[in-house]
Ligand binder design. Structure first.
Ligand code: SAH
Ligand code: F3S
Length: 485
């Protein structure tokens, strides 16, 4: 046999293997167990991972002892998040030893990207390490791991958006779904590890986003949450990193789509489909976006607008790109245009050089805005961030904790005030599922993202229903289905 013939035979065999493999793989029906930590984006990414692995013959299981493949999608945002993942890895390894020596353990996401080979070499708890932009390489890496090799891919891309991948909805309620629209972040907030673990910012083709939303609607979903680290910065100009937009052709620039335009396109799919989005960075939120929210009844009247600090000095050290006055101006604009709009925030306490005065500025900003909800954290220094390199983590743990408690206390007062204002009113609620506390009650959310619990009566999950609010706690509204709409 000539070299060419041998090569052809090899290629034919390989092709045949590929043709035969789906059936064979289906027959094998291996099990995957995926656990996700951190932001909503991670939960959404796990659905992309599940889709890629399903094609390889893996079906999801919620029983870890039955899994051939265990993946943990990880978060690096704070030290605590990483410690939680380390504990889980030890737990998976104990199961591996006791129950299934062949079980493959993989680390996905931000910790994979941050720690790379260290996870394989030093910690010896994992077989596969794969960063957020490399999931298409999973079939190859799983094969390598099955062959007993340690497999790693932490390549960060300027283009990858997984636009064509149809996510497998994991642990969903069949009513609400995440749809990712941008990946990565270019903002370089000095405290944040995300630009290093998720790479440069890029946007997904609006056609594929709209298709995914239409498909969800067909399957009975009634709400989509558009996801990105900084959704307001969305810009589609044919693909590629946002930083390269400047080099795009005039035609590409002219036909580009920004976030406000995308939001409107999605809202126009169907008035029955609610639209939410997260996260908005204050420096990128335009008046056009506020107008789009105002114009479309199905765009939820709720904006998550992380402030991080109420002190302009601290905001500058954080490189947030806005100061206290600019942030408050944005809040005023939102409240002027959409008076009933709910607003939530993220705040970090005890960032480098934060004085008592800076802390008081945060408290007074909270008093001004009266946020509906809040997510509050103690500053956690992350390796290799600008803050770690250029600033000193000089606020004691005790002070960070004390300030955090003050902020949490104030926020729960504000949440309660805002919830109480809703008593006696009627709201349209999307029924999402059975209440965890009571099997005779449903839970759902108002446009403002307030959770409402109410007796089931004769409505179904996935329906919109008018609910009259009777009572509340700082986190939940309690209501009853209103008879006369
Ligand atoms: N893209 C979002 C935030 C992503 S991270 C934005 O524009 O704000 C989610 C939240 O985690 C941040 O808003 C911040 O409040 C918090 N966070 C990020 N890095 C942190 C750190 N090093 N220590 C404590 N909290 C942090
Ligand atoms: Fe992080 Fe700031 Fe981007 S908080 S995700 S660098 S907007």
């Amino acid at each position: 046999m000539s070299i060419q013939q041998t090569l052809k035979k090899k290629i034919d065999e390989k092709r045949q293997g590929e043709i035969l493999s789906p059936a064979k793989k289906k027959h094998l029906s291996k099990k995957m167990y995926i656990e996700s930590y951190g932001c909503q984006m991670n939960f959404s990414d796990s659905e992309i991972v599940a889709s890629i692995l399903e094609k390889e013959g893996f079906s999801p299981t919620s029983d870890i002892t039955k899994a051939d493949l265990v993946f943990v999608n990880t978060c690096s945002i704070r030290e605590k998040a990483e410690n939680t993942v380390r504990k889980r890895l030890e737990f998976y390894n104990s199961i591996k030893k006791k129950k299934n020596q062949k079980m493959i353990v993989g680390v996905l996401g931000c910790m994979a990207e941050r720690l790379k080979n260290k996870l394989l070499e030093q910690e010896k708890l994992v077989d596969i390490v794969i960063g957020p932009d490399a999931y298409r390489d999973l079939p190859k890496l799983v094969k390598e791991a099955e062959d007993g090799k340690k497999a790693v891919n932490v390549f960060l891309s300027l283009e990858e958006t997984y636009a064509d991948i149809n996510p497998v909805r994991l642990n969903g309620n069949g009513v609400t779904a995440f749809v990712s629209i941008t990946r990565g972040c270019d903002n370089m907030c000095t405290f944040c590890v995300v630009p290093y673990t998720r790479g440069r910012e890029r946007s997904r083709d609006p056609k594929s986003i709209i298709q995914e939303c239409q498909q969800l609607l067909k399957q009975g979903y009634k709400e989509v949450t558009l996801l990105g680290q900084n959704v307001d910065s969305y810009l589609w100009y044919g693909g590629g990193a946002k930083k390269d937009f400047i080099k795009a052709s005039i035609t590409a620039k002219e036909s580009s789509v920004n976030f406000a335009q995308l939001l409107e396109k999605i809202a126009e799919i169907n008035p029955e489909l609610r639209v939410r989005f997260s996260t908005s960075n204050p420096q990128d939120m335009s008046l056009e976006v506020i107008q789009a929210i105002k114009k479309h009844p199905n765009i939820c009247k709720y904006i998550h607008l992380p402030v991080q600090s109420g002190s302009s000095k601290i905001l500058k050290l954080m490189n947030r790109g806005y100061n206290r006055e600019q942030y408050l101006k944005l809040i005023d604009n939102i409240k002027k245009e959409i008076p009933e709009c709910a607003i939530s925030m993220d705040i970090i306490t005890g960032f480098c050089n934060e004085t008592q005065e800076d802390h008081k500025a945060t408290l007074s900003l909270m008093d001004y805005v009266q946020y509906d909800y809040g997510y509050m954290f103690k500053y956690s220094e992350r390796p290799n961030t600008i803050a770690q390199k250029k600033l000193t983590d000089n606020i004691s743990e005790e002070t960070k904790q004390k300030r955090l408690e003050e902020i949490i206390k104030k926020q729960s007062q504000h949440s309660l005030i805002n919830m109480k204002k809703k008593i006696g009113k009627k709201y349209e609620v999307l029924v999402e599922g059975v209440s965890k506390r009571s099997s005779t009650h449903f839970y759902g959310r108002t446009t403002h993202n307030a959770t409402v619990i109410f007796e089931k009566e004769n409505v179904k999950i996935g329906e919109y229903v008018m609910v009259e609010i009777l009572d509340c706690t700082s986190a939940t509204l309690i209501g009853k289905i209103a008879n006369n709409g």
